[in-house]
Write a protein that binds this ligand. Structure first.
Ligand code: C5P
Ligand code: C5P
Length: 482
């Protein structure tokens, strides 16, 4: 890393500076940690909370869906020192000079501009690293914690959860790389994280095998997704035992032989549909186990932990997520699991509707457009877009655009682009920023995952603009300025 000639040392030194700043303020005042409400935001919030605790200070946390004009105005009236995590870099010009008691921004989104004014900013882009795969907000918060002496045995697993939940592992191996892998290595060295290749099914440690298969979030499996009975029959046909005595077995208990059998069985299900892509099905990759968590706990598999935090954040219970990251278990964990089940049911419901309401999925050239107005709750648009972006309706040229009602007059947009498009110079973040701002909306985000907010009546125009910019970028002419 350091030898790539990028600003690794400068990044660490900024992380130290951020730690010192927080120490200084924590000695005098309560710190307000303002975080994005998704899992990366919740984990980053929790890490900064660990830090403030270590310093003997006190903190309050608050989670926000976005940092829009209203939130920015509110932020300016806060009298405490503020640490913003997983947001803020896109609004530096508005924040600078406004926060009397000091502001730190720890964010991995592309910064709005080079200078941060009086805001102390820790952002990988400033040091030559990318925020969508090399490090996320929780990883940055981890670097701050590590430099300040927080116990890495507690901090590294939380940072790994944040990175995975942010989908920083979107590569063929499903591996955390670059700065993220430094955190993983810390965890491995301390004996609290394990990285190994395995079947990626969600619920590997916790769910009966047929349920894990039927609820696969990786790729919809023909005849199996949504159908536990069919999954059960498949396992029987393959000669894979589903129970050990009275107890359901889990995927993590399968022998190597059984795993192979299962993979072959799954591939044959796809064979009729899609011969060419069969071998690429992303069922195997790196899994990350948190070794201090009980086996059979949803916190053991770092991806499942992240999913739990996302469910909490997106159902208004981010504080429960922070408590769990800080080590609280028992009742809190039980109610988190309950919330997560409700959330899964809602997502399944949204997906079913999208796939069954005529016209909800439309294609415009290389755009796959999901018209989720009246079907998808705006809070669920992001996870639904993630799942659809992994589904077989997407090709390597497809840009996914999903819409939901945000307010009476505005639509929320989530855009997802595969890495293959990004390599061709197409950035979902740039396209969203440019298209939305031309229509009086606002947009931005990462090359692979972005979003926007646009006036409802501009929907058609917005789709046209996005198509235009896609073509422009694909033909190497660059993207129109916002
Ligand atoms: O704010 P923002 O960074 O939070 O959005 C992150 C969301 O974007 C993640 O929840 C994930 O849904 C998506 N994402 C993605 N691929 C990445 C990074 C993020 O799809 N490489
Ligand atoms: O909401 P969703 O997860 O789809 O957002 C993906 C990315 O787009 C996030 O990084 C988010 O910060 C960014 N975004 C944005 N402006 C919006 C909505 C999302 O910059 N109005």
């Amino acid at each position: 890393m350091a030898d790539k000639g990028r600003g690794f040392n400068a990044l660490l030194s900024r992380a130290r500076e951020v730690g010192e700043f927080i120490r200084d303020r924590a000695e005098r005042d309560e710190i307000l940690i303002l975080g994005h409400l998704d899992a990366d935001g919740i984990t980053a919030t929790s890490l900064i909370a660990m830090l403030v605790r270590l310093m003997g200070g006190s903190f309050q946390t608050r989670s926000l869906e976005q940092l829009g004009p209203k939130e920015l105005e509110e932020a300016a009236s806060i009298e405490k020192p503020v640490v913003m995590v997983d947001m803020g870099s896109g609004s530096i010009s508005t924040l600078s000079g406004k926060m009397g008691s000091g502001l730190v921004v720890i964010d991995h989104h592309v910064p709005e501009r080079d200078t941060a004014g009086d805001v102390l900013q820790l952002n990988p882009h400033e040091f030559g690293y990318e925020g969508h795969w090399e490090i996320s907000a929780s990883g940055l918060a981890y670097l701050v914690c590590k430099a300040a002496g927080v116990n890495a045995k507690s901090a590294a697993p939380v940072a790994v959860v944040g990175a995975l939940a942010d989908l920083q592992d979107k590569n063929n191996e499903r591996k955390l790389n670059s700065l993220n892998s430094l955190i993983v290595n810390d965890g491995i060295e301390l004996g609290v994280v394990e990285e190994k290749e395995d079947l990626l099914f969600f619920g590997r440690e916790t769910r009966p095998i047929h349920k894990a298969l039927a609820n696969s979030y990786i790729v919809p499996i023909p005849n199996i997704t949504g159908n536990e009975e069919a999954a059960y029959i498949l396992l029987n046909n393959l000669g894979i035992k589903v129970k050990e005595g009275e107890r359901w077995r889990t995927i993590s208990e399968l022998s190597e032989e059984e795993k192979k059998k299962l993979l072959v069985g799954l591939m044959t299900l796809f064979a009729d549909e899609l011969k060419a892509q069969v071998m690429d099905l992303p069922f195997v990759g790196k899994v990350y186990n948190l070794l201090r968590e009980d086996r059979r706990s949803p916190l053991r598999d770092a991806r499942e932990f992240g999913y739990l935090l996302n469910s909490l954040g997106r159902t208004g219970r981010a504080a429960l997520g922070v408590a769990i990251c800080l080590g609280v278990r028992g009742r809190v964990l039980e109610s988190a699991e309950e919330a997560s089940r409700e959330y899964s049911a809602k997502i399944r419901d949204s997906l079913n509707k999208v796939l069954n309401v005529p016209g909800a999925v439309a294609r415009h050239g290389n755009l796959v457009v999901i018209r989720g107005e009246g079907i998808i709750d705006a809070n669920l648009l992001s996870p639904v877009a993630n799942m659809l972006s992994n589904s077989l309706m997407m090709t390597e040229d497809s840009l996914l655009l999903a819409f939901a009602d945000q307010t009476e007059d505005t639509l929320k947009v989530s855009a997802r682009a595969p890495e293959t498009l990004v390599r061709r110079g197409i950035s979902a973040g740039n396209i969203m920023a440019a298209s939305a701002s031309r229509l009086g909306g606002q947009g931005g985000g990462h090359p692979v995952a972005a979003g926007a907010s646009i006036p409802k009546k501009q929907l058609q125009k917005f789709i046209e603009l996005v198509m235009e910019q896609y073509e422009r970028a694909a033909s190497g002419q660059g993207q129109a300025e916002a």
